[in-house]
Design a protein around this ligand. Structure first.
Ligand code: GLC
Ligand code: CA
Length: 567
C-alpha cells in the first residue's frame, strides 16, 4: 500500500504529506486508552475462514488471516461468541463460558491466536453473553432440576397467572412469549430471546459473582476486553408488571409493546460498574451492545467513566440512507454529548451498510463514502468483516434455506440475519476461498470480483481505500487527536468537517450525492486563515494535488481528505 500511495503523489504539495517512513505501524496512544485510537474489527467466526474443511469458520482460520488483518490497519478484533454452544443462536447461547466450541478449535488454538495477534499488535476482544446462558448450561440444568435446587434462583422462575398462562405479557425479541413452562417443576422461566436462552437472574449476588469470575478467567488468559451482549436486558421488574401495549404490530404480527418493565432497568448500570471494575483489574476495555437512538440514553452507558468505555453507538445504523444532513445531525448529537464517540455502520444483526446506505445504483461508490466518514471522524470506529470489500447482503430467497431461527419464526416479513453473515470473500476460487467444503451459508456470485485478492490489486479499490484511511488515522495527528468542527452546515449534499489540533488541521469533504457539487466550506468565517490544502487521500483526484479551499468542486460521491498548510 505504501508504494501505491507514493506512486500516486503529484508534485504539487509533496512537502505537506507525511513521510511514509515516519508512519507509525501502531497507534502511539496512551497505553491505558489505546482503544480511543484503535480500529476495531468484528469477526463472525463461523464466516471468516475455515481451516479444517467443514464449511464453518474457526479460530485457526482467523489466525491464518492475521497478516491480512494487520495490513488492513486493525488494532483489535472482536470475535462473536466462540464458546461451547448448541448453536441455536449461533453461539449466543453459551453452554460453557470457559471453553472453546470444538467446532471453532481448542483453548490451545485460542492461545495461539492471542500470541500471534500480540506479535502483530492486534488485541483480541471476546463477546460476553451476559444476559442469558444456553438451556444446556450446567447452571440452568441444575436450576431446572427442582424447585429447591441451590441454583433455582440463578434464573428467573415464576408461577403462571393461571392454567397454561405465563406470568405476564412480556414478549420474546425473537417471536412468541418470553416465558416457557417447565412441565417437571410446574413453573415458567423467562427468556428475552429464544426459549433455549434462559435469562440469568442478575439480582442474585451469586450469579453476579460467577459472571464476573468468567470475565477474569479470560483476562488472565490475555484477552484485552469484552463486547457485552444485549446489556439492556439484564434486569426485569421484580413485580413482573405487564408492559403497556402500543398501536400496531411487530414483525411477528404481535401487538407492539412499550418494554418499560423488562428493558433498560436502572440495575443495568450497577452491573456495568461491577463488570468495569473487574475489567480495570486487568486494564481491559468494555464495548457494549447498547441499542439506542437516544443520545441521552446512550450517554448513561458511559457512567462517570466507570461503565462501558465504548458503548456501541448505533447512531449511524439508525440512518438508512446516505444523507449529509442526517449524518451531520447524528454526529452533532454525539459530539454535543461530551462523550468519546464510537462509530458503527453495520454488524452481524443489521443489514450490511452496502445495502442500507446504497441507492441501488451507486452502492459501491457509497460504500467508499461511508468508509471515509467513519474512519475520519473523532472517535473509535468498529468495522464489520467484509465492509472493506463492500460486501452485500445475501438474504435467503426461500424459507427452507433460512438458518437464523428468527426468520424461521417470522418469515416472510422477517428475513433474519443470514444475509449479513455470509462467508468472507478471500479470492475468486470456489466459495470465495472461504472453505473447500460447502459453506454453512452460500457465497454470493459477486464474490468473484469482490474479494481480497482482486481488490488488493486495484489501487482505487475500496479495500485499498480502507488501508489508506487506517494508515492515515495513525500517521496524522489531526485525524488522531483533533477536535471535530462541522463546515457548510446547511449544505444538503456535501458533508464536510475539519479535524484539528493546535498545530494541524485536516479537511474532510464527502459528496453524498450522485451529482457534482461545489463545497463552499466557509473556513474564513470560522476563523481558519489557511486558504489552501494538500490532498492526502481522495477518490477522484491524485493524492498530493493542491486544493483551493474557498470553493472545492466535487465529483459525484467524491471523497477528499486534505491537510491544511501547517501553522
Ligand atoms: C445480541 C446479539 C445477537 C443475539 C442476541 C441474543 O443482540 O448481537 O446476535 O442474537 O444478542 O444473544
Ligand atoms: Ca472449520
Amino acid at each position: 500500500m505504501k508504494k501505491t500511495l507514493l506512486a500516486a503523489l503529484a508534485a504539487a504539495c509533496l512537502g505537506a504529506l507525511p513521510s511514509l517512513a515516519e508512519t507509525p505501524t501502531k497507534a502511539p496512544a496512551d497505553p491505558h486508552e489505546w482503544w480511543k485510537h484503535a480500529v476495531f474489527y468484528e469477526i463472525y467466526p463461523r464466516s471468516f475462514a475455515d481451516s479444517n474443511g467443514d464449511g464453518i469458520g474457526d479460530l485457526n482460520g482467523i489466525t491464518s488471516k492475521l497478516d491480512y488483518i494487520e495490513e488492513l490497519g486493525v488494532d483489535a478484533i472482536w470475535i462473536a461468541p466462540c464458546f461451547p454452544s448448541p448453536q441455536v443462536d449461533f453461539g449466543y447461547d453459551v453452554s460453557d463460558y470457559e471453553q472453546i466450541d470444538p467446532m471453532y478449535g481448542t483453548l490451545a488454538d485460542f492461545d495461539r491466536l492471542l500470541a500471534e495477534g500480540r506479535k502483530r499488535g492486534i488485541r483480541v476482544i471476546l463477546d460476553f453473553v451476559v444476559n442469558h446462558t444456553s438451556d444446556q448450561h450446567q447452571w440452568f440444568l441444575d436450576s431446572k432440576s427442582s424447585r429447591i435446587s441451590p441454583k433455582r434462583d440463578w434464573f428467573v422462575w415464576r408461577d403462571g397467572k393461571g392454567e397454561g398462562q405465563p406470568p405476564n405479557n412480556w414478549a420474546s425479541t425473537f417471536g412468541g412469549p418470553a416465558w416457557k413452562l417447565d412441565a417437571t417443576t410446574g413453573q415458567w422461566y423467562y427468556h428475552n430471546f429464544y426459549p433455549e436462552q434462559p435469562d440469568l437472574n442478575w439480582r442474585n449476588p451469586a450469579v453476579e459473582a460467577a459472571m464476573l469470575d468468567q470475565t477474569r478467567y479470560w483476562y488472565k488468559r490475555g484477552v484485552a476486553g469484552f463486547r457485552l451482549d444485549a446489556v439492556d436486558t439484564l434486569y426485569e421488574d421484580p413485580d413482573l408488571k405487564d408492559n403497556p401495549i402500543l398501536p400496531g404490530t411487530d414483525n411477528f404480527g404481535r401487538p407492539r409493546q412499550d418494554e418499560i418493565h423488562n428493558k433498560k432497568l436502572p440495575g443495568v448500570h450497577d452491573a456495568l460498574k461491577k463488570l468495569r471494575k473487574a475489567a480495570d483489574e486487568y486494564g481491559a476495555v468494555l464495548l457494549g451492545e447498547t441499542w439506542t437512538s437516544d443520545i441521552l440514553e446512550l450517554k448513561k452507558y458511559y457512567g462517570d467513566g466507570d461503565e462501558v468505555q465504548l458503548p456501541m453507538d448505533f447512531m449511524f445504523t439508525m440512518v438508512n440512507k446516505l444523507s449529509a444532513p442526517d449524518f451531520r445531525k447524528q454526529i452533532a448529537a454525539v459530539e454535543g454529548a461530551g462523550v468519546w464517540p464510537v462509530y458503527v455502520i453495520s454488524n452481524h444483526d443489521i443489514v450490511r451498510a452496502w445495502n442500507r446506505y446504497g441507492d441501488g445504483v451507486h452502492n459501491d461508490d457509497v460504500a467508499k463514502v461511508m468508509a471515509a466518514l467513519y474512519l475520519t471522524l473523532r472517535g473509535t470506529p468498529i468495522m464489520y468483516y467484509g465492509e472493506e470489500l463492500a460486501m452485500e447482503n445475501n438474504d435467503p430467497k426461500r424459507r427452507e434455506d433460512v438458518k437464523d431461527p428468527v426468520a424461521q419464526l417470522g418469515w416472510p416479513l422477517e428475513k433474519g440475519r443470514d444475509g449479513e453473515r455470509t462467508p468472507m470473500q478471500w479470492d475468486a476460487t470456489a466459495n470465495g476461498g472461504f472453505s473447500n467444503a460447502t459453506p454453512w451459508l452460500p457465497v454470493p456470485a459477486t464474490a468473484s470480483t469482490k474479494n481480497v485478492a482482486v481488490l488488493s490489486k486495484d489501487p482505487s479499490s475500496i479495500l485499498n481505500l480502507y488501508r489508506k484511511l487506517t494508515a492515515l488515522r495513525r500517521s496524522n495527528p489531526a485525524l488522531r487527536e483533533g477536535e471535530y468542527l462541522p463546515l457548510a452546515e446547511s449544505d444538503p449534499n456535501v458533508l464536510a468537517y475539519l479535524r484539528r489540533t493546535k498545530q494541524d488541521a485536516v479537511l474532510v469533504a464527502l459528496n453524498m450525492s450522485a451529482a457534482p457539487h461545489t463545497l463552499r466550506a466557509g473556513l474564513a468565517a470560522k476563523g481558519v486563515k489557511e486558504s489552501g490544502a494538500c490532498t492526502l487521500l481522495a477518490t477522484h483526484r491524485a493524492a498530493g494535488s493542491s486544493l483551493a479551499l474557498d470553493s472545492i468542486a466535487l465529483q459525484p460521491f467524491e471523497v477528499v481528505v486534505a491537510e491544511l498548510a501547517r501553522r
